[in-house]
Design a binder for this molecule. Sequence first.
Ligand SMILES: C[S@@+](CC[C@H](N)C(=O)[O-])C[C@H]1O[C@@H](n2cnc3c(N)ncnc32)[C@H](O)[C@@H]1O
Length: 942
Amino acid sequence: MESFTIRLSLPEFVARWKASTLTERAAAQSHFIDLCEVLGQPHPAAADQTGDSFTFEKHVSKLRGSKGFADVWKRGYFAWEYKGKHRDLHAAYLQLADYREDLENPPLLVVCDQDRFEIHTNFTGTAKQVYSFTLSDLQSPLPTPNCALPPLEVLRSVFTAPEQLKPDRAALRVTEQVASEFGALALSLRARGEDPEQAAHFLMRLLFCLFADSIGILPEHVFRKMIELNAGKPTSFSRQLKQLFTAMSTAGNNFGPFEIAHFNGGLFGDDEALELTALDMGTLRKAAALDWSNVEPSVFGTLFERSLNPDKRSQLGAHYTSAEDILLIVEPVVMAPLEARWAVVKAEATAIATSAVSSKGATYNKLRDQMQAKLYGWVEELARIRILDPACGSGNFLYLALKRMLDLWHEARLFAAEHGLPTVLPEMVHPSQLYGLELNTYAHELASVVVWIGYLQWLQEHGMGVPTEPILRKLNNIQHRDAILAHGSEGRPMEAAWPVSDFIIGNPPFLGDKRMRAELGDKYVTELRTVYQGRVPGGADLVTYWFEKARALVEAGQAKRVGLLATQGIRGGTNRVVLERIKNTGKIFWAQSDREWVLDGAMVHVSMIAFDKGGETETVLDGLSVAEISAALTGGIDLTKALRLRENDGLAFIGDMKKGSFDVSEDVATSMLHAVGNPNRLSNSNVVKPFLNARDITMRSRRKWIIDFGEMDEAEAALFEAPFEYLRVHEKHHRDAVCNPLERARWWQHGRVAREMRAAIHGLRRFIATPRHSKHRMFTWVNSEVVPDSALVVFAREDEYFFGVLHSQIHELWSRRTGTQVRDAESGFRYTPIVCFDQFPFPWAPGKELQDDPLVQAISHSARELVTKRDAWLNPPDATPEELGKRTLTNLYNKYPSWLVDAHRSLDEAVFTAYGWPSTLTESHILDRLLALNHERAARDA
Ligand SMILES: C[S@@+](CC[C@H](N)C(=O)[O-])C[C@H]1O[C@@H](n2cnc3c(N)ncnc32)[C@H](O)[C@@H]1O
């Protein structure tokens, strides 16, 4: 970006324009050019000589507005209108607003009378925000009550980065500052030894008063004035505070000349006010300088809590549970069924309205009453919904759920207005529908305040003013207690009770099993485990207790739907038992299996899980519709629906099943191979061959050999004297004892010679093999003279492209999901050719790929690279036998060094490209696409 030297200082600018008595026309361009110089910005003629994108007097259609041009305009940044000093800025704004379409809808509309500036945001799809300040404010580095960001910073953003002024960004900045100032106050009270509960309660009162003062529920900024007037007089402030609290606690009171609304509720139940110090008054003044109406309730609590903890103060500006993340749970769990219900009600009410249009008199009145009854019935239903967050912290989940329910309620109100029904509905969604449990004193106090602030903000944003008095009702629903463990008479530990609710949502504490005793104490953990014995396994994480309690309530019909967040460890180990129990009595209908999340500044992975008793018909995993969600939160993409692909026929086989001691050591094999004089004049190498089983692949080769007569009859086999004799001595007596008559009769032949496999690999230089059971799905090349054991799956292809696709992430994922697990995913899984291979859709039907196609060649190249590197690692030239013993494929894949990661990544990318898919697809998306491709190919086969 081009930047100009600052030629006018800010104080000079302020002084010059404060003194100005110039008219609008005389002042406008000079004022703007001066401002450009203060900000080090080029003025319009310097930046754009054509006036195409930055100009004074930008003309607009003369047919509409009165003046026909905007004083200054910068494309994509702002339109700017000047007025004479002390003239009506609102009129100037209306004029700009009228022109905005012709001005290409700039994101900011600025009006200015030389002294006062108003920046109105005009971003599409966001709430409007106004930043107002004067020349004097420009010299303060702080935001002001009318300007959520420092004024000079706002002006800079107008010229260089309008998006910085988007309302949500500004709200977050204010919220961070507000939380920080209040955190400092809390720490000061704590340092003076104030009782934490009293201190929390007191701070919440101050906090609420500042908010009420900002949005005008307290008149004439009386609270801010009180702070200003008592800046150096904390005792006097305390005294006045008590008077104010008294006035707020009952109806019909005055505070000085002002009428004070009746607030009441738990928050203003008495006049208790703690003493503050002069230093505290300074902090309070800083907090009062901010525009509290913009505080973002969904993050305020978390930030405030952080500000209380010296270790976490540095994270004030760091990540917090964003509204977006919370809504990810609230939408499917709470809103989806309510919206579906509203859609039905609305459709029915609309049908009645349609009939009413063509009716008259009594019929019309009757239909109108019916429509009203339907709508009111729905509103009453909505106002009876109860939401519980059993680890509610500072109430962020509850607040957002309330806000969304209010939005839905508002739709009913709009519907009423559209159809001529009274818009004063009989019931309203209200904070009293929210229930919370919380152990932490501050968080608990905050939860109610956050919810009320959010509620009052919503009312204001929707032009509904202030609720009827008392403005705050006491919310006993948000309780300060342990959510999982209680103690009965005589201190007997017992399960804590939860209020009956429709929806349970939240983010219960993350605490791994290993840290539970250290953090919660032996006694607590022992009691907890005893109380939940048989329901939550001993080694499970703390969060699982919330899952199990919620499950039990759903089972008992005391809750309908649950959506909870946990670290992704919930889906594995002992934790998973809890999810299995959920599946036994209900259904996991929605989940995010693995989502990145920042906890205390560190990146963690979380899972979000929603369940019910089994009523929900939609099942969605990671945003995709699936048939089922497993307790491991894996795809229920129903791969059992995959079909056999004829194009894959004749390529994959289970290896040879010897059924006896046909394998011999290298020494025995060598002596047979050196033996001469067979009556058929043939070498024993025709029947003594290298042998390979799964261990030879996962570990190192044992250098075993095998006597393999294939399907020769006895007379023919006997002509290979030494091997035949060896079997007669070592094997025949075993075979004589087996039940299978064929195996008894053909004792020199293997139990199952895998005839088709032999035919398929005949003539190939090499083939591909993979163990049927293994922890890592690995594929290797095998020379074609080797006899593969039945513990291997053999692929009759000798080209690197095919090897590459088999070894890709895409095939591995498919084979893991279609194959079966041996014990758990950690100890291994089974590769079953009829599902893992026969149904797997390759990028091209096997045999149809063109080896000179660059896509095929890219895969071949990566596969070759992978094998070359792997072989070099497995067999370093000067390694000792001991070192070689450790160089196994299993050890390599356990270690998964960076070079191997890179090699697989490049192979995966080549395979993704061949499919024409982005390599960023989630597992569910990959499986979804593979299944679709399988169906497409199967249909083509048919
Ligand atoms: C991960 S936080 C979630 C808070 C908030 N929803 C958020 O997203 O920031 C978990 C909350 O559970 C509370 N908590 C921990 N153990 C609890 C217990 N046994 N009973 C009730 N609340 C508990 C903690 O104090 C904390 O506020």
